[in-house]
Design a binder for this molecule. Structure first.
Ligand SMILES: Nc1nc2c(ncn2[C@@H]2O[C@H](COP(=O)(O)OP(=O)(O)OP(=O)(O)O)[C@@H](O)[C@H]2O)c(=O)[nH]1
Ligand SMILES: [Mg+2]
Ligand SMILES: [Zn+2]
Length: 311
């Protein structure tokens, strides 16, 4: 019998690709006994597993799933009902938007950040294609609310090789879940940072993918770098919006609110219309960005609309 440790790269429908410690990729299925034991524990991309086989011509089976750190999941507080792990062992989330083409949709950016915060994962932001925006002032206006909130914001251009070093150092050696709208340059950035990757970018993928709308699960991509690391490409993240965060917890997903949360007149203040709200006062003083606060209000309404048994 042989046995090795590995990381789950992808998989659906029972067959999983596992990158073994030696670097080779194996196809493996879940051992029957493990399936029964771990009724609640579903395997996810990023999982650290042991695979084994009886002989060199036998099929590989996943025999153990090792403890997870930092999952990216749709939360189901209070029991795990309905929880779905998008990816396991994620260290951080990188939210990529373009400064222009397509125009940044900040409401969506804030949603991605809330998802990261709700999963207790550090989030970083990239504004790519900065060369398309005339003047630093325009970029500064875009970036300011996020720096005010304490996020690290990378300003990059793949076209003009701006800001790539900092991003490289942030990704190498870690597992990063990548999110952001289509066409902002996620694949282009990764290709520029890690030349061995050779990911498909828009010009090609548009024609190849025409008419294909199959939702594939998350995909773990090994980073070709001395430090290693992985990038998780998560098409699913776009729809993780409503993963069951209780409305009352939303304020904690806006880091710039933190120092005001204890100051509201009412302990259960949801920072909407309540009198004596310290968050709204901070918005009025310009210490919290009005645009971010507006996102908070919109997401709050959305969360309240979710049936209680989904939360
Ligand atoms: N002007 C400009 N164009 C860029 C830059 N980075 C990427 N692009 C272009 O933007 C388009 C989309 O790039 P992709 O890397 O495919 O975008 P993506 O975010 O991976 O898109 P999806 O895979 O659909 O989610 C391509 O035509 C790139 O050449 C940049 O810094 N400046
Ligand atoms: Mg892409
Ligand atoms: Zn308040």
């Amino acid at each position: 019998m042989s046995e090795t440790r590995g990381v789950v790269l992808s998989g659906t429908g029972g067959v999983w690709s596992v990158r073994a410690a030696g670097g080779e990729t194996l196809e493996a299925s879940m051992r029957g006994r493990l399936k029964q034991e771990g009724a609640g524990l579903k395997l996810a991309v990023g999982d650290d597993v042991t695979v084994a086989r009886d002989s060199s011509d036998a099929a590989w089976a996943i025999t153990a799933i090792h403890p997870r750190r930092g999952t990216l999941a749709r939360r189901a507080p209070g029991g795990g009902r309905g929880e779905r792990i998008v990816a396991a062992n994620v260290d951080q989330v990188l939210v990529v938007f373009a400064a222009a083409k397509p125009e940044p949709h900040l409401r969506m950016l804030d949603r991605f950040l809330v998802i990261a915060e709700g999963n207790d994962l550090p989030a970083h932001i990239v504004f790519n294609k900065v060369e398309l925006v005339g003047g630093a002032a325009a970029i500064d206006a875009l970036v300011k609310p996020y720096e005010l909130a304490g996020y690290t914001v990378h300003r990059t251009s793949v076209k003009q090789h701006i800001g790539l070093e900092g991003l490289h150092d942030m990704l190498a050696g870690r597992t990063t879940a990548l999110s952001g709208p289509s066409g902002v340059g996620k694949s282009s950035l990764l290709n520029a940072l890690f030349p061995g990757l050779d990911l498909r970018t828009a010009e090609i993928s548009e024609s190849v993918n025409k008419g294909r709308h199959t939702t594939v699960g998350a995909l773990l991509i090994p980073i070709p770098d001395a430090l290693g690391g992985f990038v998780v490409d998560t098409p699913g993240l776009r729809e993780v919006g409503m993963w069951g965060l209780p409305p009352a917890s939303l304020d904690r997903c806006f880091p710039e609110f933190a120092s005001f949360l204890g100051e509201c007149r009412y302990g259960d203040c949801e920072h909407e219309t309540e009198p004596g709200c310290a968050v709204r006062d901070a918005v009025a003083r310009g210490e919290v960005s009005a645009s971010r606060y507006e996102s908070y209000c919109k997401l709050l309404l959305e969360l309240r609309d979710i049936p209680k048994d989904w939360q």
